[in-house]
Design a protein around this ligand. Sequence first.
Ligand code: SF4
Length: 362
Amino acid sequence: MALKYVDEYRDGELAKNLIVSINALDTGNLRLMEVCGTHTMSIFRHGIRSVLPDTIKLLSGPGCPVCVTAQQDIDAFVDLSMQDNVILTTFGDLIKVPGTFSSLQKEKAAGRDIRIIYSVFDALDISEANPKMKVVFCGVGFETTTPTVAASILMAEKRGIDNFFVHSAHKLTPPALAALMQTSGVDINGFILPGHVSVITGIHGYRDVFEKYRIPSVIAGFEPVDILKAIFMLAKQNQSGIPSLENGYERAVSEDGNTKAREIMNQVFQTSDTIWRGIGEIPQSGMKLKTTYNRFNALEKFHIELRDSPEPAGCACGQILMGLKTPEDCSMYGRKCTPAHPVGPCMVSSEGSCAAHYRYKG
Ligand code: SF4
């Protein structure tokens, strides 16, 4: 099914036909994970769960950047905001995530200079406009975000900006999928792979993980027809018993992805072991600054070490990100933990599973 215009991916008739086709398949019980937080929101917004047969269960995965950011990184961002003569710049969702002792929101209320920006390049402009201040950018996100942050560092170098720093908590998607498959109790019959990330990684980026674990996998766009099509393709793979790695987002994702973006990312960053919320350390799943660019490293600049920070007591965010629990399984969901008073990041982020359940289920 190759469509040309985005409206066609919202076409009610097409969606209806796909729903009929999905219901006609004989797959038995299926647990499909939408890896990406944008998919989670789209699935809820369009009521996709409600049109699937009871046998198909959708689980949210580790693809919400704020949700997977480890507590130690949240604490580091808070620590950085408390340094003298610092302007801390961040994307909006991160500000509300509770750290161990404080949050960026609380520190902002206490008078720290914390600014919400919409592009990392805004942080460069702030650096140039405030030469006596040190401007720190909170780097979270996946393959979609990291190349832009790398480009901002190259630009800072070119423009001779020496008061711009980054704490990189950036992460890579394929190692997280591999880690999920190695976790006991994880039970997934198919991955709906993230569209935006795949634009950068290409189909190629998933080949190693797919060959190792042979889990049905389909790259999907974000419109309702895209998602239904991916579910249909995954259900068909399960019915046939032949797993494959398919591209359901042909209009945006190629075999090789965006090689230029990856080149820029790999010029500035290198892979490293890093901690994911709830999952723990995943080998070579983080992106840290290369030694050549270490002068932009915020933690080094301010001599801050990552702490051994515990996750909020009772918060099941980590298990939710692995498909082991649903938000409703958390005793604090909708009681102690709401979007107005979040306990964990899954209730903070606009892409978080708990926030999506809370917003759309009622
Ligand atoms: S409802 Fe709140 S406390 Fe429970 S898992 Fe979600 S974010 Fe954590």
